[in-house]
Unconditional design. Structure first.
Ligand code: SF4
Length: 147
């Protein structure tokens, strides 16, 4: 087990910053800011790497959530992205609008034990957006080859 994981007792749950209404009412941008890298690593490290990961079991796509949380905590963004998108054609969408409170996050084992869920959706969004910013996402040419 990576020493970077299982931090849920010491590290409290933290979502990305919610923008103030004064600025939100002036544009159509997102309500929540993006995680910065250190925060994504920190929040991912709260995962207890469950032997029976209820987050994954309750994901309609069976996303391999424990693995990409661990890879994010270790700073291995490319691998985290590859695993995330291997079961999901649109992680950038699911990270934003999937009902995580009733699926992965709602069934997270540390949520059930009263520690507050791992912020899975926000980490998923971070992984995808950051991978794309770094040019790690699939290009149109890649998709043509897949067809
Ligand atoms: S259920 Fe929660 S703590 Fe367990 S592997 Fe999934 S995200 Fe990690």
């Amino acid at each position: 087990m990576s020493k970077k994981m299982l931090k849920f007792v010491d590290v409290h749950q933290e979502t990305p910053v919610k923008r103030q209404t004064d600025s939100r009412k002036r544009d159509f941008n997102e309500i929540y800011d993006q995680y910065i890298t250190d925060k994504a690593k920190e929040q991912s490290s709260r995962c207890s790497q469950c032997g029976v990961p209820f987050c994954q079991i309750h994901c309609p796509l069976q996303n391999n959530i424990p693995d990409w949380l661990k890879l994010t905590a270790e700073g291995r963004l490319k691998e985290a992205y590859e695993i995330s998108q291997s079961t999901n054609n649109m992680p950038e969408v699911c990270g934003r609008i999937c009902p995580q409170d009733r699926l992965c996050e709602g069934n997270c084992v540390i949520e059930q034990s009263g520690h507050g869920t791992v912020t899975i959706g926000s980490v998923e969004k971070y992984i995808t957006d950051t991978a794309w910013e770094k040019g790690l996402g699939k290009t149109t040419e890649d998709f043509k080859r897949i067809k």
